[in-house]
Design a binder for this molecule. Structure first.
Ligand code: ATP
Ligand code: MG
Length: 395
């Protein structure tokens, strides 16, 4: 473990070492963009490090340092600009965060991010925290492949590192398929997980401060399609109440166990026998928390700002039932680049968030639509109407 992390206490709108109080973020994707929006609204300046000239966060930040994540000069510039630094991208190399963390408060810490970056380590952490995981086996050698128990089939072979949106995953029914799948994944270290009978999926987002203060969002119910989040529903009764309580308690213990500082999301499976199994965690705000921008009094990005700056953490309150629809590139392709936003925005309680990406590809997350309303039924009706306009399958 690294040395004790530096503590931040950075008030917005002040000068720090002669320059406006600036919060830095590693990664310039949509999560970074929404962090930047939240930080700027509070009065912070922002700095983004991302190699892409057109990165969604780089486009809206005061400073955009356009280098690779491990570029020494880039990291030095980010430190020179920023009073504290966070990450928006799970696969930011942990060594880059270690370098930054030696000189600036960094949240989350490199050690926590390193655990979340490795499915095997992450599962070991969940087990240490007493939270059940799917039956699984590490596959790093041909011997381990041969030793896999039949009870893990059918299963899903997942690369231990660098997977997202269902990438780096192959579903396998037999040992022969398993061997072919590992070959396809180029024999990188993997985890084989037993395919579980899911009734539903949910996630919980918490924010924890350096002083140990811990607050949580309500449980989100998530629908994935083709391994990609499609719909998040948040309102009373979205998942059985006893499982919601369990999921929140499990997430808090996972965060405590890491001495985590920042925003953490934990994804769960709800099995058909009404039990809860933890899937994975993301050491950052999460796609399933985007509804919080419009449906909560403090969004997950507001809380990311607070944890990074060392400000008090408000317990967020859901003030409106809400559904989020992810807007994938497929919609642009179906509408020749011009989805009918005017029709969607004519529906009550619709909030459009586009990430500034100009290049639509199938499965690419281009934006999301938050729907709020007075009741869950009303929100659902609007969400289904919006989905119909956009050619999103009903749910
Ligand atoms: P993310 O974009 O959330 O990082 P990912 O690529 O890391 O996704 P996972 O969360 O591991 O992938 O899996 C994606 C989806 O595949 C899950 O949300 C779930 O729908 C399905 N899935 C994964 N593992 C299992 C399992 N063991 N049993 C049944 N379904 C599973
Ligand atoms: Mg996932």
């Amino acid at each position: 473990m690294s040395d004790r992390p530096l503590r931040a206490h950075i008030l917005p709108g002040t000068l720090v070492n002669g320059q406006p109080a600036t919060l830095g973020v590693m990664g310039g994707g949509q999560l970074g963009r929404m962090f930047v929006h939240a930080a700027q609204r509070m009065g912070y300046f922002t700095a983004v490090l991302d190699p892409d000239a057109a990165s969604p966060a780089g486009l809206v930040s005061h400073h955009h340092i356009q280098t690779a994540y491990l570029d020494e000069q880039g990291l030095a510039q980010l430190m020179q600009r920023s009073a504290a630094i966070t990450t928006e991208f799970e696969n930011v190399p942990a060594p880059a965060l270690r370098t930054l963390g030696a000189h600036r408060p960094v949240a989350p810490a490199a050690d926590a991010v390193a655990i979340a970056q490795d499915r095997a380590q992450e599962k070991a952490h969940f087990t240490r925290c007493g939270v059940p995981v799917a039956p699984h086996a590490a596959i790093e050698t041909p011997e381990q492949l041969a030793a896999v128990g039949d009870d893990l089939l059918p299963g899903i072979l997942k690369t231990a590192r660098l997977g997202y949106d269902g990438k780096g995953q192959v579903r396998v029914k037999t040992r022969a398929e398993l061997a072919v799948a590992w070959e396809e994944l180029k024999h990188v270290p993997c985890v084989l997980e037993k395919m579980l009978p899911l009734a539903a999926e949910c996630s919980v987002i918490v924010a924890r401060g350096a002083d140990g203060q811990l607050v949580n969002f309500p449980v989100q119910r998530n629908l994935h399609r083709n391994g990609i989040l499609a719909v998040t529903e948040v309102f009373d009764g979205n998942v059985p109440a006893d499982l919601a309580v369990q999921a929140i308690a499990a997430t808090k213990s996972i965060a405590e166990g890491l001495q985590y500082v920042g925003v953490l999301c934990v994804e769960f499976f709800i099995l058909q026998d009404h039990t809860l199994v933890v899937n994975e965690m993301a050491p950052r705000p999460h796609n399933s928390g985007h509804y919080s921008i419009d449906a909560c009094d403090h969004s997950q990005f507001d809380l990311q700002v607070c944890t990074l700056a060392g400000l008090p953490l408000p317990q967020p309150r859901l003030h409106s039932p809400s559904i989020m629809l992810n807007l994938l590139g497929d919609i642009w392709l179906a509408y020749n680049g011009v989805p009918p936003w005017d029709k969607v925005l004519a529906l009550p309680g619709t909030h459009l968030h586009l990430y500034g990406k100009l290049d639509a590809k199938p499965g690419r997350k281009m934006g999301h639509l938050n729907i709020t309303g007075r009741t869950a039924d009303e929100v659902r009706a609007t969400a289904l109407a919006a989905a119909k306009i956009l050619g999103i399958e009903p749910f």
